[in-house]
Design a protein around this ligand. Structure first.
Ligand SMILES: Nc1ncnc2c1ncn2[C@@H]1O[C@H](COP(=O)(O)OP(=O)(O)OP(=O)(O)O)[C@@H](O)[C@H]1O
Ligand SMILES: [Mg+2]
Length: 450
């Protein structure tokens, strides 16, 4: 069973919470100070910490990073007597998963703890994004166009944006960069994974609820959209949004107003909405799984990130980026990618796109010694269908990875063209030469030189 740790310097509160939660079926423990709590977390890894904000020697909120440093998955619920929304947002920015106002009701605390544990299950379901994201790396035409779209959309901070691309192509970092470049960057970008939140929780997560709206709703609670006020709402995996929520979202997009569950009055917010998907929404519309009107409302600006196999020039640049990244992360000094390994990377078909490259690098970093990144993975080369039309493609070797013989490289390229031409022309040398814009004589001479 997952353990709950209570951190409060008042004995009576510790006692009440410990007993109260234990009665409701939780495994609990308690300590009186942050120092003891950190020791406890190191040893016993509780799943949730109920942390008092005003402790004798510390401000609970300030210590959240210390907990996260020991265990980044730990869920912290901040308890505060001087609750205000700004403090709640502050706590969430610092990494708390929820907050509870004192004096509290045991059933409410129980409800929150359960919610936190549920959220751990769908760990990736929602996330408050902060901090400066990395750059969008790449030297391809597509990558530079994306960087310029990020700048344009950063300067305009109201239009809705739809991000499309296969899994792992970088939709989320593009969304984060747009937010970071906009004048909303001081406020939150709230990411909601539409596919990971159970349908029955989605409405209350998104729009919040009023006290008494349903059993367990003991206090009014703001939804994620409201917490993002002034900032950005990032609806990830929008293609997974259930039909019932599509209608509600559409109404919200019309005028940025919504009703918390159980509310009579509308709430108005100022947020920019971005959505991302790797699904074919046009097809989903035809199949009746996605509302066309919602599609048009979201699709004011569209950014399409091509798969990595269609912009292979970006591979060396990404390799450099991740060499640097993992050298820092693992305190290693790897300077180059093994040239044979690099060639394979250039030809691989990258179904998982940049995420796959990153994972491969991480693995190879763990196992490589010395200053060269060696191949410690099995790379199944691109299938015939995945190869670009017209046979193989030629990729420039990266000179930063070591010297290259121009003559050898050119000869290899020549040979590949000649082979292709001969094949197409059933080994008729004259025709093949014509196809390559050269003479029969020159072809023959080149073939003999091989
Ligand atoms: N151009 C890039 N430069 C550097 N890193 C990148 C780039 N594109 C993607 N990445 C990295 O690849 C990983 C996957 O990116 P991201 O999570 O943004 O993909 P996604 O399109 O949202 O994928 P999914 O559809 O699976 O959610 C991240 O670690 C991201 O930092
Ligand atoms: Mg994503």
């Amino acid at each position: 069973m997952k353990r709950i740790l209570i951190v409060d310097d008042e004995f009576l509160i510790r006692y009440t919470l410990e007993e109260g939660l234990r009665d409701r079926g939780h495994d609990t423990a308690s300590v009186a100070s942050v120092e003891e709590a950190l020791e406890y977390v190191k040893k016993y890894h509780p799943a949730v910490v109920l942390l008092d904000n005003l402790l004798e020697h510390s401000v609970g909120m300030e210590t959240i990073p210390d907990f996260k440093q020991i265990d980044e998955d730990i869920q912290i619920i901040l308890m505060t007597a001087y609750g205000s929304v700004s403090q709640a947002v502050e706590a969430i920015k610092k990494g708390a998963c929820d907050y509870v106002l004192k004096p509290f009701d045991m059933d409410e605390v129980d409800f929150m703890v359960r919610r936190c544990l549920d959220q751990m299950k769908s760990r990736d379901s929602l996330e408050f994004l902060k901090g400066k994201p990395q750059e969008f790396t790449g030297v391809s035409q597509a990558a530079s166009q994306i960087r310029s779209e990020i700048r344009v959309l950063g300067a305009n901070s109201t239009v809705n944006v739809l991000l499309r691309g296969e899994t792992g192509t970088g939709k989320e970092i593009v969304a984060r960069l747009i937010h970071a470049h906009s004048d909303r960057s001081d406020n939150l970008m709230v990411r909601i994974n539409c596919g990971a939140i159970p349908e029955n929780l989605l409405e209350s997560e998104l729009f919040g609820y009023e006290r008494g709206a349903f059993a367990g709703a003991l206090k009014t609670k703001k939804g994620l959209i409201e917490l993002a006020n002034g900032g950005t709402v990032f609806l990830d995996e929008i293609g997974e949004l259930p039909m019932s929520m599509q209608a509600k979202l559409l109404t919200f997009l019309d005028d940025r107003r919504f009703k918390r569950i159980g509310a009579l009055e509308d709430t108005e917010v100022d947020v920019r909405v971005m959505a991302a998907t790797n699904r074919d929404l046009e097809k989903a519309i035809k199949e009746g799984a996605f509302r066309e009107d919602l599609f048009y409302r979201l699709n004011v600006m569209q950014i399409v990130i091509p798969p990595l196999r269609e912009r292979r020039e970006d591979i060396p640049a990404l390799c450099d980026y991740y060499l640097d990244y993992y050298n820092k992360a693992f305190a290693k000094g790897i300077e180059r990618v093994d040239p044979d390994f690099m060639r394979e990377l250039l030809l691989y078909d990258w179904k998982g796109n940049v995420r796959e490259l990153k994972n491969i690098f991480e693995r190879c970093f763990l196992f490589s010694q010395g200053n060269t990144l060696e191949k410690h993975v099995e790379l199944v080369p691109a299938s015939k269908e995945a190869a670009p039309p017209g046979g193989e493609c030629y990729y420039l070797k990266d000179l930063t990875q070591g010297p290259v013989s121009l003559e050898q490289e050119v000869a290899a390229l020549e040979k590949r063209y000649m082979d292709q031409a001969l094949k197409l022309c059933n080994n008729n040398l004259t025709k093949a030469a014509a196809l390559l814009g050269t003479t029969r004589f020159s072809m023959k001479r080149r073939m003999e030189r091989e």
